[in-house]
Design a protein around this ligand. Structure first.
Ligand code: AMP
Length: 408
């Protein structure tokens, strides 16, 4: 990626805005490929009781406290506070850009884009495709433009990485006029997959052109089939509901169930949304928690069943994606569960033993980078994801390209 023609004191702010929280990181270090995070943190409790927390690169706490000097729902006020805090904390540094994680880019946005008034209006049109995420991403961009109009902003899309998929991976078998309206599979977690696509060849150069299934298993979970670093298929579809079970989402569910619930139990769209986004998945099956740690530490049979259901579906999708791309040369685990749960990795690998997958238990427990046994036909890796770094790189790349085109 192009080098930014700024000093190492330049800083890039990365924002991941949700309904009640705003996670942020500040990257510094010169060129887009050399940057490192210097501060990470979040404002939580937006709308109720905002709380500000920030840590430095060594994870030392820099700030931790209630934020009562601005209204709880005043996003511009909260971002203004954050900008002032960053300016004060990183004395001598200049914020050169802000990059945002944006969940849905629809068919229009296939790459990171500089945020303008027109882009914001176009993003508004995508709200029905991601009603629980997109409005908060847009609100953060509008609020930042309000408090710091001259700061360039860049939108980075979770859907963009999947644009390389073939038609048959992107298309539902529904009438073509509905497909033409944009009712198709988009896929998500693209910034995470893009980071892994970049990282895997550094870890294992022989796999640069391989058929790889990446399992992004976090509170949201999906899998991606990658060939030579490009997405060819993925488990999430039109929304982030499809695919494997997640913390509070069921993953794939027979659409007939939804018709049944509407007709026989009087469910409306809001109730279905609540059921599918907030009450299902690990939480619904266990009746205990959406957090894999709680389930692994519980003696409740329903907790063990939830873990089993999760692993069963992850293994099933690894095999399905291998079939979709016509081969399997490696499996990668990433995100909160994928990086941390020894049990989940072991169970998924066990279920894939017929494909020649074998894990080394000691390497798995030690969270080594390569956790497959010597005799495993398919190497298995743990690669920690870094969506924020990807956003910072894209943001600096877009800004550098803009500067170059202005200079030309
Ligand atoms: P993410 O969405 O990628 O941040 O992942 C968050 C999820 O990772 C949490 O909800 C937990 O379920 C899971 N997780 C984090 N640490 C562990 C761990 N040590 N063992 C099992 N699951 C974990």
């Amino acid at each position: 990626m192009a080098a930014l023609s700024n000093s190492s004191e330049d800083a890039c702010l990365v924002i991941n805005a949700g309904s009640s929280s705003l996670k942020f990181s500040v990257f510094q270090g010169g060129s887009a490929s050399e940057i490192e995070p210097v501060v990470t943190g979040q404002i939580s409790g937006i709308g109720t009781a905002p709380h500000f927390q920030a840590k430095d690169a060594q994870r030392r706490v820099l700030a931790d406290g209630v934020l009562d000097e601005v209204g709880p729902a005043d996003r511009a006020g909260l971002l203004g506070f954050l900008l002032n805090w960053i300016r004060h904390e990183l004395k001598g540094a200049t914020l050169v850009a802000a990059g945002h994680r944006v969940v849905h880019g629809g068919t229009r946005f296939s790459a990171p884009v500089r945020v303008t008034a027109t882009v914001l209006d176009q993003l508004e049109e995508l709200i029905p495709l991601a009603p629980l995420h997109e409005p908060h991403n847009i609100a953060a961009m509008r609020a930042l433009a309000q408090v710091y109009p001259s700061l360039p902003q860049v939108a980075c899309f979770d859907t963009a990485f999947h644009q390389t998929q073939p038609w048959q991976s992107q298309t539902f078998a529904i009438p073509r006029e509905l497909t033409a309206e944009g009712i198709r599979r988009y896929g998500f977690h693209g910034l995470s997959y893009e980071y892994i696509a970049h990282r895997l060849p550094q870890v294992a150069p022989e796999l640069a052109n391989a058929h790889v299934v990446v399992c992004h298993l976090g509170s949201g979970a999906s899998l991606c089939a990658m060939r030579a670093g490009h997405s060819v298929d993925t488990t999430m579809g039109f929304t982030a509901l499809d695919g494997v079970p997640m913390g509070t989402r069921p993953g794939a569910i027979d659409p007939g169930v939804l018709i049944y619930l509407m007709r026989e139990k009087g469910y409306g769209a809001d109730e279905l949304e609540k059921l599918l986004y907030h009450k299902s998945g690990m939480l619904g099956v266990s009746g205990l928690s959406n957090d894999m740690r709680d389930l692994e530490n519980s003696d409740l049979p329903a907790a063990a069943e939830a873990v089993e259901l999760f692993c069963h579906n992850v293994a099933k999708q690894v095999a399905a994606l291998a079939g979709s791309m016509g081969g399997l040369d490696a499996v990668v685990f990433t995100a909160g569960v994928g990086e941390n749960s020894t049990l989940v990795r072991a169970r998924v690998a066990e279920k894939l033993s017929w494909l020649g997958v074998a894990i080394d238990p000691a390497a798995n427990r030690a969270k080594a980078t390569r956790i497959s046994a010597q005799e495993s036909r398919v190497p298995v890796f743990i690669i920690p994801t870094d969506e924020e770094r990807m956003i910072a790189r894209h943001t600096l790349g877009v800004i550098a390209a803009t500067q170059l085109s202005r200079a030309a």
